[in-house]
Design a protein around this ligand. Structure first.
Ligand SMILES: Nc1ncnc2c1ncn2[C@@H]1O[C@H](COP(=O)(O)OP(=O)(O)OP(=O)(O)O)[C@@H](O)[C@H]1O
Length: 270
């Protein structure tokens, strides 16, 4: 027995707020026309997820998101038999749901998954467009509206944690970075409900932290962090406290780096 799934819950009803930063919308649409798999490359919190939500809305497709992790198995993606009072029932995993019914499947931080899990996507991301469900003895041909999107943060993994060449080379890639300052300030204003001066200050703080990349910080403050700090400040917390709680504390556990960042930020605020 197969439990059938209705993907209407995965449809995005209202237009997500997304400000394009380059030609990413055109590139994604061209990839969608040919159902090419897409890799969104970029640092954490720079807008990749928001972009894929926007594209799913724009293309009228359901969006199934899976956060990859190192314990994720192929069955977590493809599905498994479950014992129920009615007997043994097959449950499609999130990937199979999108493959069977059509829609965008977004595998977030794919590099976190083990390579023996990642290879499940190989026959789906070449001309075959099939998903073998060995346990069920079924070969699912991808629905015409199925598209696979993955995110990948190249700065973040060590040499031991990387995608296989044969996985990488199946994807069209779109490069993401933090939006340019003016645009980032606009996003922070809108998302954190703060005024332009505060938004610009937060963006300049982000620039300070991004300068410390490679000097103790793996990554600078993301757009997401600026929004968090902005929301704290909008909620009545002083700017210093908001920046400390929203940016400085979460970004590093290293006391020396924290001090250097604090000093850079203080110079920014002076
Ligand atoms: N271009 C943009 N337009 C609108 N909002 C944006 C944009 N870029 C970033 N944001 C804001 O930044 C927040 C963080 O972005 P998002 O969650 O998409 O990051 P991400 O790159 O997917 O991060 P992760 O890799 O950690 O999942 C969003 O919730 C949104 O508020």
């Amino acid at each position: 027995m197969l439990v059938d799934t209705d993907l209407s819950a995965y449809r995005i009803a209202a237009e997500p707020y997304y400000r394009p930063v380059g030609d990413e919308v055109a590139v994604f649409e061209a990839a969608w026309l040919h159902r090419l798999p897409v890799m969104l490359k970029g640092p954490t919190g720079c807008g990749k997820t928001r972009f894929v939500e926007y594209m799913a809305w724009r293309l009228h497709q359901p969006l199934i998101t899976v956060a990859a992790h190192e314990d994720m198995t192929a069955a977590d993606l493809a599905g498994r038999f479950l014992l129920t009072p009615e007997g043994t029932v097959w449950h499609d995993g999130p990937l199979t749901q999108a493959v069977r019914h059509g829609g965008i499947c977004y595998l977030d931080e794919i590099v976190e998954a083990r390579q023996d899990t990642t290879v499940v996507i190989h026959p789906l991301t070449d001309a075959r467009r099939i998903l073998p469900l060995e346990k069920r003895g079924e070969l699912v041909s991808a629905h015409p509206d199925f598209q696979l999107v993955i995110s990948y943060n190249p700065g973040y993994q060590s040499a031991v944690k990387d995608l296989k060449e044969s996985t990488k080379q199946r994807f069209v890639a779109i490069d993401f970075d933090y939006p340019v300052p003016e645009l980032e300030a606009e996003i922070v204003m809108r998302e954190a409900c703060v005024g332009p001066d505060l938004a610009r200050t937060l963006v300049s703080i982000a620039a300070c932290s991004r300068n410390l990349r490679g000097q103790g910080l793996d990554e600078g403050a993301s757009t997401r962090m600026l929004i968090h700090a902005g929301r704290l400040a909008a909620g009545g917390v002083s700017l210093e406290a908001a920046v400390h709680a929203g940016i400085v504390l979460p970004i590093t556990d290293d006391a020396e780096v924290r001090e250097a960042l604090g000093a850079a930020i203080a110079a920014c605020l002076a």
